[in-house]
Design a protein around this ligand. Structure first.
Ligand code: ATP
Length: 496
């Protein structure tokens, strides 16, 4: 019991350090920070945006460029409001919430109950915890709000802030953000999309016809989605404005099991190539299915706060296309020339959250070493570093002149100019070389390249590697090749 508590409090500390690190070193800031921030909304800084774009490129290229039968689109965030009637979001996209009357805080009931179950498990009450979660799942499945009320009372669940059990009855809240479009007296209520998928469904025939796609084929999209999440915790894990990377794969009805398995396997391989160890990935099959799904799994990553979903794979049947056909009164049928028949295709969806993937990659890369360095004398004894896979690193190499004299600066700047068209670099000439290395470790730069006296004589530079801190000399003309081989997105794509 003691071990569990210690290790979970260690994990809490690691997560706190990671959040502080992400902010201090230019990855992620609270949005509108000068106004004390806005709950569950975040901005990406210079290194954060580069990391996010690299993950995005890896996803986009692997899902479109490498696939003969998947194409991309970029649909608008605001869609015709009937879209959300047809998709089921107006009626079904809601979560049971409960308010504590003392703290005035609102909670998502499933998360409140799950947090209580985790506490019970930590107190060696695993059986009680299991019973609680199972009873909750039964209530959620049956939309039994009264049952949820009773569970909260029976298990004496209290508000984490007020520490009281003075709750309102459980109620359903829709998670979509709405706003008005048009002149005030003639305005229509519109919604910020809660998922990017519907932009793909409404364009299904446009894409199929204009890009001359034959089933099976996919449409991929990366874009913002918005959910009025009530419980905003765990940094960028649960945001109100976030980015999704979704692919809808259109198939012949009857082949859904085969394609569901195919995409599960294909997506898992993507995480391995991204450098995520197998033991940190879990597959969680859904018991409680979303309103559109016939089968679903979550791909979960072992965050410092436990295994949590980063991507969902859903077998969506013809739910969306059939409903759009009904509400738009437009045919959504596909003519299969091989089978000589018309049908509404079934869909397998892969839906990843880009912000959660950034947090996953950061969590996996964040290392606090307390060891004696093995590199040069200038190396620090303790160091914090981001062991990012080099193709995801925001900066691929830092170029340093050892000293600001004897032409070393000019030479270092010439190397910077030579490489800058192909790689994001930084040039740094201030402070000791050890401090410059340490700074690059903190943002995850895989290579530091130093120009010294010997460079001026034989055109070689010192390369210092981030992870091993090993140093070696290399002729300048070979550096571009090294960076290309180890830091390009291509170096990941070829492993898929
Ligand atoms: P959760 O159960 O955590 O609320 P979900 O099952 O509702 O997530 P999906 O609707 O399947 O999520 O969305 C697909 C992906 O979008 C998720 O796997 C996640 O990575 C991402 N995502 C969903 N909601 C958020 C959010 N509020 N903030 C950041 N990413 C999100």
């Amino acid at each position: 019991m003691c071990t569990t508590n210690t290790s979970s409090s260690n994990q809490n500390n690691i997560f706190k350090d990671l959040v502080a690190h992400a902010q201090a070193y230019g990855f992620i800031y609270p949005s509108s920070e000068i106004y004390d921030g806005l709950q569950a909304i975040y901005d990406y800084g210079p290194y954060g945006v580069a990391l996010k774009r690299n993950i995005q490129s890896f996803w986009w290229q692997s899902m479109t460029q490498l696939q003969q039968n998947i194409v991309g689109i970029d649909a608008a965030i605001i869609m015709h409001p009937t879209t959300w009637k047809a998709s089921g979001h107006l009626d079904g996209f809601r979560d049971p919430m409960v308010d504590n009357k003392d703290s005035q805080k609102r909670y998502r009931v499933d998360l409140l109950i799950e947090a209580h179950a985790t506490q019970l498990a930590a107190q060696s009450k695993a059986v009680e915890a299991k019973e609680l979660v199972e009873a909750m799942e039964t209530c959620l499945q049956a939309a039994d709000l009264l049952g949820l009320d009773k569970l909260i009372q029976a298990f004496k669940i209290t508000c984490p802030v007020a520490k009281t059990a003075n709750w309102t009855p459980v109620r359903q809240f829709n998670l979509m953000f709405s706003t008005q479009s048009g002149a005030q007296n003639d305005a229509t209520t519109i919604y910020l999309r809660p998922e990017t998928a519907q932009g793909i469904f409404v364009n299904f025939l446009n894409v199929q016809k204009t890009a001359r796609m034959k089933i099976p084929f996919g449409i991929a999209q990366i874009g913002k989605a918005f959910r009025n999440e009530i419980v905003a915790r765990q940094f960028t894990f649960r945001m109100r404005e976030f980015e999704q990377m979704e692919m809808q794969f259109f198939i012949q009805p009857g082949t859904e099991k085969e394609w569901f398995n195919y995409w599960q396997k294909t997506r898992l391989r993507w995480y391995t190539v991204l450098g995520i160890p197998d033991q940190k990935i879990n597959i969680h099959p859904h018991k409680q299915l979303a309103h559109y799904a016939a089968a679903a799994i979550d791909i979960e990553y072992d965050f410092p706060f436990g295994f949590k979903e980063v991507e969902g794979i859903h077998s969506r049947t013809d739910f969306d296309l059939s409903n759009h056909e009904k509400y738009a009164k437009k045919k959504m049928q596909y003519f299969d020339a091989d089978a000589q028949k018309h049908y509404i295709p079934y869909v397998i969806e892969t839906s990843a959250g880009l912000d959660r993937l950034v947090l996953m990659v950061l969590s996996n890369a964040f290392i606090q070493e307390g060891k004696v360095a093995t590199g040069g004398a200038a190396e620090p004894k303790n160091r914090t570093l981001l062991k990012l896979p080099p193709p995801l690193a925001p900066i691929k190499a830092a170029i340093f002149p050892l000293l600001k004299k004897d032409g070393m600066e000019e030479k270092a700047l010439a190397i910077f100019d030579l490489l800058k068209y192909d790689f994001p670099l930084v040039y740094e000439s201030n402070q000791s070389i050890g401090k410059r290395y340490a700074r690059q470790d903190l943002i995850g730069t895989p290579y530091c390249i130093t120009v010294d006296h010997q460079t001026l004589e034989d055109e070689t530079v010192t390369i210092r590697e981030r992870d091993s801190m090993v140093q070696y000399r290399m002729v300048i003309y070979k550096v571009a090749h090294l960076l290309h081989e180890t830091t390009s997105i291509k170096s990941l794509l070829v492993q898929l």
